[in-house]
Design a protein around this ligand. Structure first.
Ligand code: MUC
Ligand code: MG
Length: 373
């Protein structure tokens, strides 16, 4: 008899960040994760995770709403179902529940982990096999202070922890941001790639001026300069500048990417398991991107080790990751809730090889950081 889903737990966990992380819409001092534990009728357990950024300031799901969605709506549908039918269960949740992609991603991840543990195979093997065992990882400089950001960047270049950097801009006046970015680029030189993420903060004319300045300063990539719904502005800006644009908030899944590509967009897309509603849907974008000549990038919603590892397994199956990844989430947090943290070295991270995600929970740490009501 095949194993069925016996129990599902969604646990809120809060871990402070190593320093304030400043984005255009919020400053984070803590990261809240929803850790999902699914047990089957044979006593095996699968782990999943969902995060967002700054409560409700980044998107329409909060950590608290993700837990509520799982406890109230997903649990009754999933208990008693065959645990291995991941695609069937994914479609069931897709049909019963609009949106709530972050919650869906955490559930799909936990089901994959469970299936991997039962079969003794890693998630990347279950997804068809890894092409990369070590993936490049950039670091986001977002202390808000130019001198501190330069200090951080030079330290990571020296130790070869990162050689690519993304700067969070858009909350300050345009030229103030440009001076900040240009000073960092000048300090790190040509050996490092410097990109910026505006997180939708500019209107199109500000973006046009900003991109001209960023192009002159030697910046390699501009992420989501204009509001997510304003697809036409992304297309026009991508036609106007040879500095490429990375679509982030504007593209959650393959359909969004197809639509943007059909409008004439060129550039790259940030895949995120959270935005897409899970690894399967996130990877569908890779096929559209390759057909449309759009570059791929492994994106994060600043997940901890469980969510980061799920995404790494997915990205590892992509033949080409034109812009690498930003799977540094665990490094932004002061502590971890897993026994063996990911191994970040040589400007990237090793893909875990154990069954499922290849990650084990540290029960004491989880008990310490879980939210007490
Ligand atoms: C985003 O919008 O890209 C990724 C890295 C980071 O610092 O924030 C996230 C979200
Ligand atoms: Mg972004």
């Amino acid at each position: 008899m095949s194993a069925t889903i016996h129990s599902i737990e969604a646990i809120l966990v809060d871990i402070p960040t190593i320093r304030p992380h400043k984005l255009s819409m919020t400053t984070m001092g803590v990261q809240s994760m929803v850790i999902v534990r699914i047990k089957d009728s044979e006593g095996l357990e699968g782990l999943g995770e969902a995060t967002t950024i700054g409560g409700l300031s980044y998107g329409p799901e909060s950590p608290e709403s993700i837990k509520l969605t799982i406890d109230t709506y997903f649990k009754p549908q999933l208990i008693g179902q065959l645990a291995d039918n991941i695609n069937t269960l994914r479609v069931m949740l897709e049909r019963s529940t609009r949106g709530n992609r972050l919650a869906k991603s955490a559930i799909e991840t936990a089901l994959w982990d469970l299936y991997g543990k039962r079969t003794g195979r890693s998630l990347s093997a279950l997804l068809g096999g890894a092409v990369h065992s070590h993936l490049p990882v950039l670091w986001t400089l977002a202390s808000g202070d130019t001198t501190q950001d330069i200090h951080e960047a030079l330290g990571f270049i020296e130790t070869r922890r990162h050689c690519d950097f993304k700067l969070k801009i858009g909350s300050r006046a345009l030229m103030e941001d440009i001076r900040h970015v240009a000073a960092i680029k000048e300090a790190v030189g040509d050996t490092a790639s410097v990109r910026v993420d505006v997180n939708q903060a500019w209107d199109e004319s500000t973006a046009a001026k900003g991109m001209a300045e960023l192009q002159a300063a030697g910046i390699d990539l501009v992420e989501q300069p204009t509001p997510m719904a304003d697809l036409a502005s992304l297309v026009r800006l991508s036609e106007k500048f040879h500095l490429p644009i990375l679509a982030d908030e504007a593209v959650a899944n393959a359909k969004d990417l197809y639509h943007l590509a059909a409008l004439g967009f060129s550039g790259a897309v940030a895949m995120k398991i959270a935005k897409a509603g899970g690894p399967l849907r996130a990877l569908e974008q890779a096929a559209v991107a390759s057909a449309a000549g759009i570059g791929l990038y492994g994106g994060t919603l600043l997940e901890g080790t469980i969510g980061t590892t799920a995404a790494l397994h997915a990205w590892s199956t992509c033949e080409k990751l034109h812009w690498g990844t930003e799977m540094f989430g665990p490094l932004l947090m002061k502590d971890d809730i897993v026994i063996q943290p990911l191994n970040f070295h040589n400007n990237g991270v090793d893909l875990p090889t154990g069954p499922g995600l290849g990650i084990e929970i540290d029960e004491e740490k989880l008990a310490f950081y879980r939210r007490k009501d």
